[in-house]
Write a protein that binds this ligand. Structure first.
Ligand SMILES: [Zn+2]
Length: 279
């Protein structure tokens, strides 16, 4: 079982670059199939209204529920005051299981972290090299699991990537994904120092080729057990409590420990269930 934890989908409404214009999945799905990737976490491209963009992602997830997991894209500033309602809709109506936030939009807020805590969702927050905030996120919201993609910097900022390693080691609720990490020497060092339990395989499709990104994981020569963790089990563990009993009162949940994920987020490969492809 291989799950890509990071892929964009749907139309943006900008015209600045591919990232806010369109994230078509047609080629991506071919590439993923070739690479043996069975499932993918999808979230919107940049958009001026994430309520619209999340709805489009929801329509894709609804059509292929065995192929995709949906994350709700939230804008920290523009969506201020309505985050809880947006996340509630995402979880209850769209069956989404995570939140995506990008520093390019604005810095992450307490409102978002609290909504994530209420619905027990992981937050995939692209810090764009601003790694120091991870210290605050990890300690202020120990019950929330954060995935900091690209080892902290899509832009190959090696100082940021090195700095994230320390956070991955020290904070049980901080994870990273391997998408777009070009500096293989740093990636390798990070695995050695941190351990495979903190890494998720991701591609940043549809703009990056998931097979090329997957080759990086293979090139790390992990043990079979470690590779399973990176390719599926770590993510499934983070999703295992997603959407469980929404509550504004929280603090008890705690970072999700290792264990077998229940019900719909269980790894079908581990559980011996049939894996459905997109046909
Ligand atoms: Zn991305």
């Amino acid at each position: 079982m291989i799950i890509d934890c990071h892929c964009h989908a749907g139309k943006g409404d900008g015209l600045t670059g591919p990232w806010d214009t369109d994230a078509p999945l047609t080629d991506y799905l071919e590439w993923a199939k070739e690479a043996g990737i069975q499932k993918t976490v999808i979230f919107a491209a940049f958009h001026s209204d994430y309520r619209v963009a999340n709805r489009e992602v929801a329509s894709i997830v609804r059509k292929y529920p065995n192929r995709f997991y949906g994350f709700a894209f939230i804008h920290p500033e523009r969506d201020r005051g309505r985050v809880y309602e947006m996340v509630k809709t995402a979880v209850q109506a769209y069956k989404f299981c995570g939140i995506k936030v990008h520093r390019y939009d604005a810095r992450i807020t307490r409102e978002i972290c609290e909504a994530a805590r209420s619905f027990r969702l992981p937050i995939l927050y692209d810090v764009m090299g601003e790694v120091a905030v991870v210290e605050l996120l990890a300690t202020q919201y120990p019950e929330v699991n954060f995935i900091i993609p690209h080892l902290g910097s899509f832009a190959d900022d090696w100082k940021a990537q090195l700095a994230l390693i320390d956070h991955l080691v020290r904070h049980p609720n901080i994870y990273t994904d391997t998408s777009g990490v070009r500096r293989f020497d740093i990636l390798k060092k990070a695995f050695e120092r941190v351990g495979a339990h903190k890494f998720l395989f991701g591609s940043d499709g549809p703009w990056l080729h998931p097979g090329v990104e997957l080759a990086k994981i293979r090139a790390l020569h992990l043990s079979v057990k470690e590779e399973r963790m990176v390719l599926a089990a770590n993510l499934l563990r983070l999703l295992s409590k997603a959407g469980a009993k929404a509550s504004r009162v929280s603090g008890k949940a705690g970072a999700i420990p290792a264990g077998l994920p229940p019900s719909r987020y269980r790894d079908p490969w581990l559980a011996g269930q049939e894996v459905f492809g997109l046909t």
